[in-house]
Design a binder for this molecule. Structure first.
Ligand code: UD1
Ligand code: UDP
Length: 356
């Protein structure tokens, strides 16, 4: 079969690798980068490190409002799909690239395959929630990270071609551990001792576009009493410049890091605090306590098993959890066994894909 795979934002590059590798054994895959992320440290570094095949097309849409960015992808992607005539389009997650991919494919009557389907925050003020809801309505096959996502799709009436395969991010994490440990020099570059710092990422619109929330995060991180390594997403860098409050000396803001450096920073952190979906899961992969700087999460299993705590942006709540949060000893395999990419490729070779 001939697939077009759509990627555009940082986590999608990481998620693409395990699937591409497995898919290309028996199928043709055309990789389309929408250009949603474009800085070297937000895009090309992942292709270089992970050996992702160079995209066959880069739509170079760049940044914009939700409508402008999505519209640019729609126009440019439609032209490409008409030319390439794939049997199916593969989208993943919940970005504007995901939404646009689903819309273009379904209007052209081409089946859409959604990886990381069925995740919900139940907050429609979150742009990703809109993208996920639409993508799941329009898709023809669904690959879910967890049983909870399968159950959610069933509650929404979606039961055909729904498969629990686990998390492709776990595939990528397990496959890249040896190389990351071997190649990354981030600890010595930043003069960090394992276990003697915490790692933080923040980029959700709900936190960056609400200066009161962002200001709370700055205050809390400045008072945790330990070194905080904070690779700053470009969206967040812009928002921080608008704030009156400054970080304390314990918070070390750095440029976004490549995947290997991020893995090593995660593996050696004492604790991780984040609003990222990917980093919440990676904290679990590395058996690190995770504080989630949001009021809700899609990754409820990590909270249920006691390894992730929702702390929102209340300063006292963050500071108290920072000192006391201790996960249990057990870590059930809620994200599968690291073979999601293989499972997806095998299933795609067996099922009938049609637009319903
Ligand atoms: C997007 C996704 C989000 C995902 C995140 C991963 C949507 C709606 N959101 O959010 O789900 O978690 O990617 O990181 O699709 N920018 C740069 N350089 C870049 C990319 C972005 O400077 O290479 C800046 C621009 O000012 C841009 C802003 O970051 O306006 C936001 O980028 P955008 O892709 O719109 O959303 P993200 O916040 O990155
Ligand atoms: N990541 C990275 N460098 C960074 C921050 C994150 O390589 O400076 C990786 C992280 O390890 C994870 C992915 O990017 O694999 C998560 O992407 P992000 O947090 O941007 O988006 P989300 O997962 O929230 O959609």
């Amino acid at each position: 079969m001939k697939f077009i795979s759509v990627v555009g934002a940082r986590p999608e590059f990481i998620q693409a690798t395990p699937v591409s590798r497995a898919l290309r054994k028996n199928h043709q895959e055309i990789l389309v980068h929408t250009g949603q992320h474009y800085d070297y440290l937000m895009s090309q570094t992942f292709f270089d490190e992970l050996g992702i095949p160079a995209p066959d097309y880069n739509l170079e849409v760049g940044s914009g409002t939700h409508a402008a960015q999505t519209a640019e992808i729609l126009v440019r992607f439609e032209e490409l799909v008409l030319k390439e005539k794939p049997d199916a389009v593969i989208i993943r997650g919940d970005t504007n690239s995901t939404l646009a991919g689903a819309l273009v494919a379904s209007k052209l009557h081409i089946p859409t395959v959604h990886i990381e389907a069925g995740e919900r925050s139940f907050d429609r003020r979150m742009p990703e929630e809109i993208n996920r809801l639409v993508a799941d309505q329009l898709s023809s096959a669904y690959f879910c990270v967890s049983q909870a996502a399968v159950d959610q799709l069933a509650r929404e009436g979606i039961t055909k071609n729904v498969f629990w395969v686990g998390d492709v991010m776990l595939d990528a994490n397990l496959a890249n551990r040896p190389l990351a440990r071997q190649k990354s020099t981030v600890l010595s570059k930043l003069e960090l001792d394992p276990g003697k710092y915490s790692l933080v990422t923040v980029h959700r619109a709900a936190n960056t576009d609400d200066l009161a929330r962002l200001s709370n995060i700055v205050t809390a991180l400045s008072n945790v009493g330990e070194t905080v390594i904070f690779p700053v997403h470009p969206r967040t860098r812009g928002a921080l410049q608008k704030l009156d409050v400054q970080f304390g000396d314990n918070v070390r803001q750095i440029e976004p890091v490549g995947y290997y450096d991020m893995m090593v920073l995660e593996e050696n952190a004492r604790i991780i605090a984040t609003d990222s979906g990917g980093v919440q899961r990676e904290a679990y992969f590395w058996s690190k306590p995770c504080l989630t700087l949001r009021d809700e999460t899609e990754w409820t299993e990590t909270v249920q098993v006691g390894w992730n705590k929702l702390v929102g942006v209340d300063v006292d709540c963050i500071l108290s959890a920072w000192k006391t949060f201790t996960p249990p000893a057990e870590q059930p395999p809620i994200f599968g066994d690291g073979t999601a990419g293989e499972k997806i490729a095998n299933i795609l070779g067996q099922i009938q894909l049609s637009v319903h």
